[in-house]
Design a protein around this ligand. Structure first.
Ligand code: TRP
Length: 458
């Protein structure tokens, strides 16, 4: 299929601030507030956090800059972007892997987002006013085992995402990110303050911030790496796609830096809320995907005005999830528009339906359907399996190939030329070149090979 010429009708971000907030809106989501605390809890706390931070700044940030530059240079969806730089090669399949990964992630992410919205409804209606930590796990189990509710919430959330993506990027996304992200940050800061002043908070802070190297496990590395890519929205072309809407005069280095910084701050804040509260209540840090849903409602219940506060929190978290799902859906949609010449409406409709179908087994994973609650051969439930396959490994492989593509095929010089357009200074160029050509591919490859050899996938 021929690649479409970049057309002015694709749309651009309204402003620099608009772009940074939209990219931050993509990055900041359930990955920071739901996924980060639970993987930290499952992987021994502070050691994991330390390795995670290293990966974010040494591997994630350079890959983000590469994705943004590739997107802006080609003004295409991921498949078109690879094809534009390396026409007639197999590289386009890296883009295609990204398109598929986007659908895979969205399918389970929509389920968690649906739960978040469900928890909002429950908080607003006063259902959590008297909840105590000792019963919150049972309440969560009860909630998620209602498969009709989970499926309905998934469908509702995907429809909402589809409506915004259908309206087009800048109109839908920018506005929401601009107002709501700062509000979310404020609520998180208040909650963190509450949490660290609880009795028993000290133990939680130690778990979270004082590394205990004896807790390192084989899976710590791939999990931290996958978490970094997941949280920063890397490895599947979301940032290529968002980059394709940036104007030439913007500073990509500063933008990537700010997004990485914001995203990391939000994740660290989330941990600062969860761990003190968790140890205060004597819950298990390795509770898996339900962790945040078990810790937060009882924490709200201890706050004056907790019902209002908790409602605002779950609503904002739902919206943060929405600004992320928009970027996930935008990737397959822009691919179908550019490469298959579909209308936006048709592309949105078909991808949303496909994603919803793929999401049903994840929505059923905690219900009565045994097949999905323990997938044969994987010893995890379907949702967790999707989360690991698409949210960890697929993104890691995608990022590895992307780093190789940018470092060797497009070349550091070509990429730097795009980054330095209109006289933007790129003092970190030699550092970036080293990271993208050597450190990123080698580190990611070593981790993947190690996991394949040891068979410790989960
Ligand atoms: N980063 C988002 C979060 O933390 C999720 C997300 C959005 C994503 N777009 C992505 C993850 C692209 C990987 C790739 O919630």
């Amino acid at each position: 299929m021929p690649d479409a010429p970049a057309s002015p009708a694709r749309g651009v971000w309204g402003s620099r601030v608009g772009f940074v907030l939209a990219a931050a809106g993509s990055a900041i989501g359930l990955g920071n507030i739901w996924r980060f605390p639970y993987v930290v809890g499952e992987n021994g706390g502070a050691v994991f956090v330390l390795i995670y931070l290293g990966f974010v700044f040494l591997i994630g940030a350079p890959v983000m800059l590469g994705e943004l530059a590739l997107g802006r240079r080609t003004e295409r969806n991921p498949v078109g972007a690879f094809a534009a730089v390396a026409p007639g090669t197999l590289w386009r399949f890296v883009g295609l892997l990204g398109v598929i990964t986007g659908v895979g992630i969205l399918s389970f992410y929509g389920v968690i987002a649906g739960w978040t919205f469900g928890y909002f409804l429950k908080t607003v209606s006063g259902g959590f006013n008297t909840i105590i930590a000792q019963e919150s796990a049972a309440v969560f189990d009860d909630f998620v085992s209602n498969w009709m509710l989970s499926t309905g919430l998934l469908a509702a959330f995907l429809v909402l995402t589809a409506l915004i993506v259908w309206r087009g990027v800048s109109r839908g996304i920018e506005l929401m990110s601009k107002i709501l992200m700062p509000m979310l940050f404020f609520l998180l800061a208040v909650l963190a303050f509450r949490s660290v002043t609880l009795s028993g908070a000290r133990e939680g802070l130690e778990f979270y911030l004082a590394p205990d190297f004896s807790k390192l496990r084989a899976q710590t590395f791939p999990t931290a790496l996958g978490q970094a890519f997941f949280s920063l929205s890397l490895g599947m072309g979301a940032m290529i796609t968002y980059g394709s809407y940036i104007r030439k005069r913007e500073d990509l280095v500063a933008s990537a830096g700010i997004v990485c910084l914001f995203d990391t701050m939000i994740a660290l804040l989330a941990g600062l809320i969860i761990f003190p509260a968790l140890f205060h209540a004597g819950l298990d840090p390795a509770s898996g995907v339900g962790l945040v849903f078990q810790v937060l409602p009882p924490l709200f219940a201890t706050l004056p005005g907790g019902q209002l506060f908790g409602s605002a929190f779950f609503l904002l978290l739902t919206i943060a999830a929405l600004t992320s799902t928009i970027s996930l859906l935008e990737v397959p949609v822009s691919y179908l528009i550019d490469e298959w010449k579909w209308s936006r409406g048709k592309a949105v409709l078909v991808t949303t339906l496909g994603t919803a179908l793929l999401g049903v087994p994840s929505a059923l994973a905690f219900g009565a359907v045994g097949l999905f609650s323990s997938v044969p051969g994987a010893n995890v439930d379907f949702l967790t399996l999707m989360n690991i396959v698409f949210g960890n490994y697929s993104l890691s492989v995608g990022s590895l190939l992307l780093a190789v593509f940018i470092g060797y095929r497009w070349g550091v010089a070509g990429a730097a030329k795009e980054i330095e357009l209109e006289g933007v200074a790129f003092g970190l160029r030699p550092v970036w070149a080293f990271l993208i050509r050597f450190l990123c591919p080698v580190a990611v490859a070593v981790i993947i090979v190690y996991i394949v050899l040891t068979g410790n996938y989960f």
